[in-house]
Design a binder for this molecule. Sequence first.
Ligand code: AMP
Length: 280
Amino acid sequence: MVIFKKFRDYQKFVFEKKTKEDSIGFVPTMGALHNGHLSLILECKKIASITVASIFVNPKQFNNKDDYDKYPNTIEQDIALLENSGCDVLLLPNNDEVYPPFFKDDFEINLGKLEIIFEGEFRPGHFKGVYQAVNRLLNVVKPNFLVMGSKDFQQCLVIKELLKQTKSEIKLVMAPTKRENSGLAMSSRNLRLLQNEQLLASNIYEVLSTIKKEINEVPLSTLLEYGRKKLSDSGFIIDYLNIANAKDLSEIDTYDTSIPSVILVAATLNGVRLIDNLQL
Ligand code: AMP
């Protein structure tokens, strides 16, 4: 695996190495890698001949400075994991490389309601920070494929909008969520949970799976009420547990099998905020 801190060195490498037959797949991350991230690398290797990962903890997408300051840094381990997964290139830019003095952050797209519902409501400005950084990275990496986790479902929809509104030809691939045996979605934040809290956190998946299993038999409001109670009884403070249209996250009152839908949840256990979803 080759590591580049400077974008121009990466671009020189691609210019010299990439043939007409090659395709580039890109997996952007913020590091503190786990098997969820590595599953994206494996997915990427299936579809592209050159797999590029990036590790950049993007300050613009944190609404909370403390959260940013405390973001875990396990860079030595991350490099070893990426190397073992067969990643070809790692980009490790610093802040100045991603946001140089000449960088203008007036690039905007219109996210419509996506910007203010679900994660958008609870993390104002977050998605703008995400799409600005991803846009900057895409302009440098110039991939054919962009591989992202459907664990961050709304983020995938935001990036889909970015690609559409910038008339990009990059194909977004949404990879499935990798889970612990308990069903808990893998996340860098799980490290901050004690063992008994990890067990309680697996109730998120239990709630999602039960709703999915029962949705054709039991009224939606009853299922959501059951889910919210189960999570609060487990000690969670719930930001949202709801079902939405999977295309644009617009509200759904009554489940309709003909509309692709998704159950979305965000809840905090002992100061650790977790998100998850399940497509129906
Ligand atoms: P992050 O480092 O949290 O910004 O995540 C980098 C990428 O990994 C994003 O596309 C995430 O959606 C994806 N990701 C995070 N957790 C998982 C997981 N458990 N399974 C699959 N992909 C994941």
